[in-house]
Design a protein around this ligand. Structure first.
Ligand code: GLN
Ligand code: ZN
Length: 772
């Protein structure tokens, strides 16, 4: 039995890589220093994994920015617009960063390559660009260099590459009327060249990641797999290829997977433990099986007993020689080391006993092998006992389990998810009570979080400001925002969210069942890292969370101030979620907590309440067959959070970066009175889904992009609104930006919103005096 790891986090225990990259970009350190930091990080990772006792250690899992971008360079898939940099002799490192981040220098303005989410994770990769008749050539020897580097240190290294089929499927065609899979035959020779280089170095195992093998595949994609692996096998009859799948099971592609001429297949047994038996029965004689039993996507301790059941099943059928033990996927998606959480008197301290981060997961992998191998030494036995105790205490701990919350969720009934009346009736009541004009204007919630506002929060946390002082500063800032919105004539105001650090953290900090870490960073994209909250227990809201600030703002004005909440699905999606109950159940618990908040806002005179759900679409399962199940519980959770109010209280929701076409009926089923969406970048194209569906409720299609400081013109926004009014009745439309404004500066925000209000005014004129 061999143990291995599929990939290790590369940002460094203290985010050293982030800091080095950012310092390099701003010219504070030299390229040499950057490369040195990178080398130290690689070495530290290898050493760590070797000491943990792994048999095979991944190399080429390091990346300055993204492993898909690394592949694009190794394969020479460099979009034509960057050629000028190569001609000018810009260094390989700078070319790489230019592709990732764009290049604005020396009169050049090259846009960055697109970035998108890596499957269902919160990691973002750089999307390869493909052109018809594109050729490939080896432009970087990264994998060879890193393999040599590791070998020279005596590391039992296993190079990792994204497999050729997944690489193509991850990319996007930039020419019309051609299929990226047509490029496979010109792409493969470069793969062969890379593999030849590795073979010359006497490499034993090479890991090719083919996550697409776990997804829904079309016939032509299946053919591509067959072809690619045939060619690789024919060229290298002796090279041992480990084909890695993850994030889903492969049972639905089993025939294909087991027909591929590779030496080993890796399965994600955390996502899909039920696939094991089927796969074992199907596995050809010469193929080994790598069991991904340690969760690479979440931060919970492994349950040794359950993992051992799977391992023993495999060993029994296949024999020890054909079984590998590993994390379920690359550990890129979990934080570095639990031991870095040192604060003794934090809530996390008590929860730590149930957690394992990347470093701990290495140990778990090795211990599982020892246990499966029948090692009965005192140490191994002690670790097993400890594990059992942790598992047991998690089942019963009062920290985790709250009977009130459990009973409440159990007592869920359809009525909790339904508003009192239908939308048509609510709309009439809301019109009568709110008396808003046509094309009402509003914003999505946050106003600029200036350095100053952030510094108050920092000072408050450090004790340099008292609570009273901090509150006063936030009050002043809120009041300024209210006055200013009144002045420019916005119809539905917001308080500005100045008191919030982050739209999930702010709520998590006030809910029971959440803990926060000090150092548990995971890479989101490039040098950007996030520190997701950990939902470890039943979720309960001990006290109102937003009433203080919302009603403060409401008392300042006669206009409506919109209450602003984060929805249950988004809170779930952007956290590490407990794995001892279905996600749907945790989501429903959060939904009831938000429902309480919604009702408290209503009681305190707030007539319009927005529940943000920007993450609802990204929660979609990878396999189409699972969509309905997810959408049903996600939509139910949203409805439960919203439905506890009177008919004349208006519920808004907001979503950004969403493609709506294939989920529009579920969006409609959320039954929010008003939904605001991001539409400006697509020139209102995203609205078509709503028009085609005859979406009944009200909609605020974003009229300007908030991602850049550019101030749109009144004409532009009016034109977009006219487009919207062409496909939807005016009585359904709201006017708002694409998303919240917290990343913007006041200067551009003010100008843009003044013009937005103007654009709404023009629309009202147009509608009242229709052209004859
Ligand atoms: N209300 C939030 C804000 O305005 C919404 C942010 C989001 O959609 N991501 O910042
Ligand atoms: Zn948004």
């Amino acid at each position: 039995m061999l143990t291995h790891n599929l990939g290790h986090p590369r940002i460094g225990a203290r985010r050293e890589l982030k800091k080095a990259c950012e310092n390099y970009w701003t010219g504070k350190i030299s390229q040499h220093e950057l490369l040195q930091t990178a080398q130290q990080l690689r070495k530290a990772n290898w050493k760590l994994q070797k000491e943990a006792g792994l048999d095979l250690i991944p190399v080429n899992d390091f990346s300055f920015y993204d492993q898909v971008l690394d592949m694009s360079l190794m394969l020479g898939a460099i979009p034509p617009r960057y050629q000028v940099l190569q001609e000018q002799g810009v260094s390989a490192t700078d070319l790489y960063f230019a592709m990732a981040r764009g290049y604005q220098k020396d009169g050049l303005d090259l846009v960055a390559m697109e970035m998108t989410k890596w499957f269902d994770t919160n990691y973002h990769y750089i999307v390869p660009e493909f052109y018809q008749n594109q050729t490939f050539k080896r432009c970087s020897t990264k994998v060879l260099d890193e393999y040599r580097e590791a070998k020279s240190m005596g590391i039992p290294a296993k190079p990792v590459l994204i497999g050729p089929v997944s690489y193509l499927l991850l990319g996007k065609e930039k020419d019309k009327d051609f299929d990226k899979l047509e490029l496979l035959s010109s792409l493969l020779p470069v793969y062969l060249e890379l593999l030849r280089g590795l073979e010359k170095e006497d490499v034993e195992w090479v890991q090719l990641d083919e996550p697409f093998l776990a997804l829904d595949l079309e016939d032509k994609e299946k053919r591509a797999f067959e072809y690619a692996y045939q060619v690789i096998r024919q060229t290298f009859p002796k090279l041992k290829i480990l084909l890695a799948t993850y994030f889903e099971g492969i049972a639905h592609n089993l025939q294909l997977a087991s027909s591929l001429p590779v030496c080993a297949l890796h399965l994600d047994l955390v996502r899909a433990p039920e696939q094991l038996e089927k796969v074992i029965n199907y596995l050809p004689e010469q193929m080994s099986l790598s069991l991904g039993v340690v969760d690479g996507r979440n931060i919970w301790k492994n349950n040794y007993e359950s993992s051992l059941k799977l391992i023993r099943l495999a060993v029994e059928k296949l024999g020890k020689e054909r079984v590998f033990i590993a994390p379920s996927c690359s550990l890129l998606h979990v934080p570095y080391d639990l031991e870095l959480e040192t604060e003794e008197n934090s809530a996390l301290h008590e929860v730590k006993q149930w957690l394992a981060f990347a470093r701990q997961k290495l140990d778990e992998t090795v211990i599982l092998k020892e246990l499966a191998d029948g090692n009965t030494s005192e140490e191994v036995d002690r670790k097993f006992q400890e594990n059992q105790q942790a598992v047991e205490s998690r089942k019963t701990s009062e920290l985790i389990h709250n009977q009130f919350v459990k009973d409440r969720v159990k007592a869920y009934e359809q009525a909790h998810a339904n508003r009192k009346s239908t939308f048509t009736s609510r709309k009439a009541q809301q019109q009568a009570s709110l008396k808003l004009s046509l094309f009402p204007t509003t914003t999505i919630g946050s106003f600029p979080q200036t350095q100053e506002v952030r510094s108050w929060r920092r000072q408050f946390k450090k004790g340099q400001l008292t609570a009273a002082q901090y509150d006063q500063l936030i009050e002043e800032e809120t009041e300024k925002a209210i006055r200013w919105q009144e002045e420019i004539g916005i119809d539905v105001l917001v308080h500005g969210e100045f008191e919030r650090n982050d739209m999930v953290e702010y709520f998590g900090e006030q809910l029971l069942g959440f803990v926060f870490t000090q150092n548990a960073w995971v890479q989101s994209y490039g040098s950007r890292c996030v520190k997701p909250p950990i939902i470890f227990g039943d979720v309960y809201r001990p006290e109102p969370m937003t009433v203080r600030w919302t009603s403060f703002a409401q008392r300042l004005t006669n206009k409506y101030v919109k209450g602003m909440l984060t929805g249950p699905v988004t809170i779930l999606q952007w956290s590490f979620v407990r794995d001892d109950q279905p996600r749907s159940e945790t989501c429903l618990q959060i939904a009831y907590a938000i429902r309480d908040e919604v009702q408290d806002l209503e009681k305190n005179g707030i007539k319009i309440i927005q529940i943000d759900e920007p993450a609802i679409r990204e929660g979609l399962p990878l396999l189409r067959k699972d969509w309905d199940h997810y959408l049903n519980w996600a939509v139910t959770a949203f409805r439960v959070s919203a439905a506890g109010v009177e008919d004349d209280t208006q519920i808004h929701t907001h979503m950004c970066y969403s493609e709506f076409n294939d989920i529009i009926e579920h969006i409609a089923a959320m039954d929010a009175d008003v939904i605001s969406i991001e539409t400006s970048r697509s020139q209102m194209e995203l609205l078509d889904a709503f028009a085609d569906f005859d979406y009944p409720n009200e909609i605020g299609p974003g009229v300007y992009d908030i991602h850049s400081p550019r101030v749109p013109t009144t004409e532009e926004m009016t034109a977009l609104l006219k487009k919207a009014a062409d496909v939807l009745p005016a009585s359904q439309l709201w006017v708002n930006p694409d998303c919240g404004l917290k990343t913007r500066a006041w200067e551009e925000t003010k100008q843009a919103l003044i013009k937005m209000v103007e654009a709404a005014g023009r629309m009202r004129e147009l509608v009242s005096k229709p052209a004859v």
